[in-house]
Structures are given as structure tokens and as C-alpha cells.
Design a protein around this ligand. Sequence first.
Ligand SMILES: Cc1cc2nc3c(=O)[nH]c(=O)nc-3n(C[C@H](O)[C@H](O)[C@H](O)COP(=O)(O)OP(=O)(O)OC[C@H]3O[C@@H](n4cnc5c(N)ncnc54)[C@H](O)[C@@H]3O)c2cc1C
Length: 454
Amino acid sequence: MVDVVVVGAGLSGLVCARRLREAGAEIVVLEARDRVGGRVVNEPIAPGQVVEMGGQWVGPSHTEIRRVAAEVGVDTFPTYGEGKHLFAHAGRTTQFGGDIPARMPFGLVDFRIAQARLERLARHIDLGDPASTPRSRRHDTLTVETWIRRHMHTRSGRNLMRLMVKAVLATEPSELSLLHWLFYIASGGGLNSLVRADGGYQQDRFVGGSQEIALRLADDLGERVHLSAPVRRIEHTPEGVRVHTDTTTYDADAVVIAVPPHLLTTIEFCPALPATRNQLSVRMPPGMVTKFVAVYDEPFWRATGLSGQATLTSGPIGVTFDNSPPGGSPGALVAFALGEDARALENLDADERRAAVLERLAELFGPSAAEPTQFHERCWAREQWTRGGYAGIFGPGGWTSFGKILGRSHGRLFWASAETVVHAHGSMDAAVSAGERAAVEALATCLAEVPASR
Ligand SMILES: Cc1cc2nc3c(=O)[nH]c(=O)nc-3n(C[C@H](O)[C@H](O)[C@H](O)COP(=O)(O)OP(=O)(O)OC[C@H]3O[C@@H](n4cnc5c(N)ncnc54)[C@H](O)[C@@H]3O)c2cc1C
């Protein structure tokens, strides 16, 4: 018997559990994996040094995750971004400063006009209910690819916009509702904020890696966190809930389900969930991303005036960043394969994938890039308890049909996860906000039944 069962020990579930504990509730956190963190995970690269293979960056507007990090004593440090960035397009690589490459002037003008147009449309989005205006409903009938073809006029401008979508949401524009793209631009404070390091989403990283936050939250919760305990079945009645793992059954007043919507299909609910919730679980799939990190004795690109940031309009990788730990030793470059490029890489074996990625890095940063001391890869779609990344996204019709119920509780079932809040949707920051919201909701249910004297 506990007051609340929390399903999932990602950032959302762990923060939820922490707040419930602070309020005096008896809780248990059930995590399917043999580790905590979910979509944030560190891998060691040197004694005391790690790289992140999942979520890692925070911007200035990500105040919730920063607050929790500070609470558990994890500091931030700035993403390395000094020097020139690279832009690889149509067989040529050029260097540039600022946000957007200056080459391909016609394409750039096309891109800028399209960006301004998207941002104008995004300003009309009601973040609390993105599908609420008639115009939004029309936007929810289109894919972003359709919009690009209708409103952009140059090949290079279109390709740059496609890359932006892929870099920001790890999905193909043809898979994405225009309304989701507009909502996401609004939710993130504009397109520039989404792609920029300085002043934008990629501004800072966490010392010791983002998973350090999850590890410390779990440490504080102690034996209340149960690993390798996938939840298989949840029975729910007006009186309470019963949560089953393979070995144990927990009775509680409420359950917070802190897993992304598409993973609800892995749990049997009794009675079955309402039709729209069941449909949501198959209508908000995650994107497709593989993250590669190449480690070198030192960040050799810095000496040649390069920032390590590159933008590529053709695969197999789409963007790179300097991902060295604070102090820059050892050096690390992170590269993202996104959407179809990531799917195509899955047709290769591990050695071929490594060769394909290193060849591209060498074209960008010179022959030294082909000889890392370590090579790390993580394809999130291969992970049983994630199945894609960065987060769930809506295709056409998604917001209109399911937007309103994303975070809406059902009896004694409460939903967390980064997909269920609007600010910085899909980010670590959103995961924290969702966990805190769900804790309050679940607590209200428990308190409603607990005598004042307890
Ligand atoms: C490659 C990648 C890069 C990213 N980059 C960034 C970034 O730079 N900045 C940023 O802010 N965000 C980024 N994100 C997104 C961010 O990592 C996530 O939004 C956030 O970590 C989600 O946290 P969550 O707790 O909501 O979900 P999750 O982390 O997915 O946690 C859910 C947990 O539930 C567990 N679980 C699932 N099913 C069950 C079950 N049946 N029983 C028990 N447990 C279960 C899972 O194992 C998991 O631990 C990135 C994500 C990826 C994949």
C-alpha cells in the first residue's frame, strides 16, 4: 500500500516523486529499465568525464530544469561555440559566423521570408489549446512538407527548412502537422531560439551530464525507486488503483504515468482507457534520431578556428556540435542522424555506420576526425522503453483530435512526461513541469480522502 505509484523514472517521474515525498506522501517509483533517466543518459569517456547520449542542452527559458538541477547541486556550463561554423551544401563546405550560413543568397532570402511567415503564424497559436482557432484547424490538415512546397521557391531554401525541422524535431517534414510545427515554434520562443546556442535552446549543458540530475533525484528517493520493474497492468476503480509488475502488486490512491504517450500501449489498463486516450497512444509517435559521439585526445578543430558546429543539408548526419566536457579534454564531437537518414543508417552494420559518420566528420573537420579514440552511438528507436526521439510529435489531425486531452487526468490516473505540457514542449524542462503538475493533481486526490488529522 502506498499513496501514489509513479510509473517511469525519467526526469518527469523522478521530479513528480520528489514533490510527492516533500508533501509527505508514501510513494514508489517503478522503472522498466535497469537505470534511471529515461531519455537522458550519460556514457563515460574518461575518468570523471561523460558525454550525454540523450537530452543535454538547456536554454535561458528552461527555468524549471535549471531550478531542479540547482536543487540537487548540478551546475551548468556554456556550450562551446567559439569560431566559425560549417555549412555543407551541394557538395561544398563553407565557413560562416552567426545563425544561418550566408552562402546561397537566393535560398537564404527564401528561407528568411519563410521563417518570418511561420513566426507570424505561430504568434496566433493559443499555447493552451493550439487547435482552438479556425486557422489552426486548417493548419492541422497540412504537413510541413506541403507548406514548404507551396510557400518556398528555391531548392536550397527548402532544403534548409527541411533540415531545420529535422534538427529541431528529429522527424521528416512530410510526417509532421504544420500546426505542430507552428505550436513548437511558439512553445520554444521562435525558430532562432530553437536552433541557436547563444541565447537559445543549445546555450548550456550540465556539469557531469544531464543524467546526473536524474541520478541525484533517485539517490534522494532511495529504495522507493525500483529498477527493472516494468509496469504491465493497471487496474483502476473509483476507490483506488492496483499496479502490477512481473513480481509485485501495489495498491494506491493514485498512479502517475510518467511515460511518453506512445508507450501506453505497453501497459494493459483494466478497464480499458477511454477511446481518445487509446487513440492518442498510437497517434503521437516519436521522431527518429541516432546520436553519435566521436572522442579525441583534444578538440583539434578549435585550433583551426572552428566551433565544431556544422549544418549539413544531405546525410547521413544533419548537425554536429562540440560536445567536449568542461575544460575541453578530451575533445568530443556529437553528430545527429535524423529522420530518414537515421532509418537508412539502420540498414548498415555498426562498423559501416561508424565508417559513414566518420567519413562525413573528416570531410568537415579534416582527416584527424576520422581517427577518434572512442566512438559512441545510440539509436533511440532501438530502445525498448523509448522507441524513438526526441519526443512524441503529431502528424495532421493530431492536435485537433487529441491536443486537449494530453495532460488531462482520468479518474485516479494522472499523466506526466515531456509531451504533456506546452512550454518548451518535449524538452527536459517540460518533463520537470509535467512531473510537478501531476504531483499536485495526484496529491489533491489523496488529500481528498485523508482525514485532516493524518
Ligand atoms: C537524442 C535526444 C536528444 C535530446 N536532446 C534534448 C536536449 O538537448 N534538451 C532537452 O531539453 N531535451 C532533449 N531531449 C528530450 C528530453 O530528453 C526528454 O524530453 C526528457 O528527458 C523526457 O523525460 P520524461 O521523464 O518525460 O520521459 P522519459 O525520459 O522517456 O522517461 C520515461 C521513463 O519511463 C520508463 N518506462 C516506460 N514504460 C514503462 C513501463 N511500462 N513501466 C515502467 N517504466 C516505464 C522508461 O524506461 C523511462 O525511464 C532529447 C531527447 C533525445 C532522445
